[in-house]
Design a protein. Structure first.
Length: 366
């Protein structure tokens, strides 16, 4: 599919200028352009068409480039955005980069710069698509190696912002201009925290997997051990846990610490989803079906919108604010269940709640 680039600019001659400049690439099907003259029109197009990349001016009537950028990161997190701003408008560029812009260009727009930036951005999109395709196809959705690749990718964004902010600060200090320094440093710290939280997630995983061994145990035991850690928190949050555990569940051959991590992730997600619910319940059921042990963990929380259901196991997919979620919980859980030769699936309805179902083979030594 030919990548589609949406250019948002209120200057009337931009569509012609770009179409003429890039007619060869357009004809060769390397990429194609759509144009919008303001943010609202851009959002309409994003809703209707699959768009890969957005290049947006910052200063525009009604929805400006920064607001557009925010909406795009919320609604279309996979779309990469490049902001265009007047030379020297470092403040807006900085805000844009902190809001998740992939890159920036300065005005007056140099077509050679634009070409390089388009190629760089499309290459990054292509790389992400490849990673995602690999993740989805190879049944081991998020083996550690693949997770590492996407972690490296994901760390690039905060590191890029940190590097840009540091350069700006050095320049400002050099010029004796300290006014923006506290704000820049605060933004830098935020990005450092983001990087740390990504790393911590993986470190915990690594540590927990290297300790302990596979052994025979019942899922009821693993669930009981996990729940001990949540007792206090659930009491504070008024969350009621209702357990319907089969008492004659056969043992599974598993890595209990890893499975605890899976249940911890699922319970944390349920806890978050229940925050705004009036009925705060989590049902945990275990039972046997043929040669499989089943665990169902169901909450009466907010539910998952249909459009996200295919993405929730993808590394770094999160709907939570920065600092509250890295989007690694379910991808790690998926990897663990895969390693146990099991399956994890989800059913959810917005407003009703969410049900995660884990199937694990009953104990046979590998
Ligand atoms: N029980 C649930 N109810 C509603 N939404 C859920 C539930 N579990 C997962 N989700 C959705 O799936 C997304 C991905 O979940 P995942 O556990 O992978 O990451 P996270 O919770 O956002 O961050 P992390 O687990 O890394 O702290 C969540 O951001 C949320 O939107
Ligand atoms: Mg989570």
């Amino acid at each position: 599919m030919v990548p589609i680039i949406l250019v948002v600019d209120d200057e009337k001659d931009i569509p012609d200028l770009i179409s003429i400049q890039f007619y060869k690439e357009i004809e060769a099907g390397i990429f194609k352009f759509l144009f919008a003259s303001h943010g609202a029109e851009a959002l309409e197009l994003l809703k209707k068409t699959h768009i890969d990349m957005v290049i947006t001016d910052i200063i525009m009537p009604n929805i400006d480039g920064l607001k557009l950028l925010e909406r795009i990161s919320d609604l279309y997190p996979k779309v990469k955005t490049v902001v265009v701003s007047a030379y020297g408008d470092i403040k807006n560029i900085r805000v844009a980069m902190n809001c998740g812009a992939f890159d920036f260009l300065v005005k007056p727009l140099q077509m050679s710069d634009l070409f390089i930036t388009i190629n760089k951005t499309l290459a990054a999109i292509q790389k992400e698509k490849e990673i995602e395709a690999q993740l989805l196809q190879s049944a081991k959705l998020a083996s550690l190696g693949e997770l590492a690749t996407s972690v490296a990718h994901e760390l690039n964004q905060p590191l890029g912002v940190i590097s840009l902010n540091t350069e700006i600060t050095a320049e400002e200090v050099d010029n004796g201009n300290y006014g923006n320094v506290p704000e820049t440093l605060a933004m830098t710290v935020k990005q450092v925290k983001k990087a740390i939280s990504i790393i911590n997630h993986l470190r915990n995983f690594g540590r927990k997997t290297s300790r302990g061994e596979y052994k025979k145990t019942t899922l009821n035991q693993v669930i009981a051990d996990t729940l001990l850690l949540f007792e206090r928190q659930f009491k504070l949050d008024n969350v009621e846990v209702i357990q319907k555990l089969s008492m004659d569940l056969p043992e599974v051959f598993c890595h209990p610490i890893q499975l605890e991590q899976v249940f911890t992730n699922l319970l944390n997600n349920a806890k978050d989803a229940l925050k705004e619910s009036t009925e705060k319940k989590i049902y945990i059921r275990t039972f046997q079906q043929d040669s499989t042990n089943i665990v169902e963990l169901e909450d009466t929380g907010a539910g998952i919108p249909q459009k996200y259901l295919n993405s929730i196991f993808t590394p770094f997919f999160t709907t939570k604010d920065m600092g509250n979620g890295t989007g690694l919980g379910l991808s790690i859980s998926y990897a663990i269940i895969q390693e146990h030769k099991g399956q994890i699936s989800v059913q959810s309805k917005v407003g009703d709640g969410t049900l995660f179902r884990i199937e694990l083979p009953i104990a046979t030594e590998p």
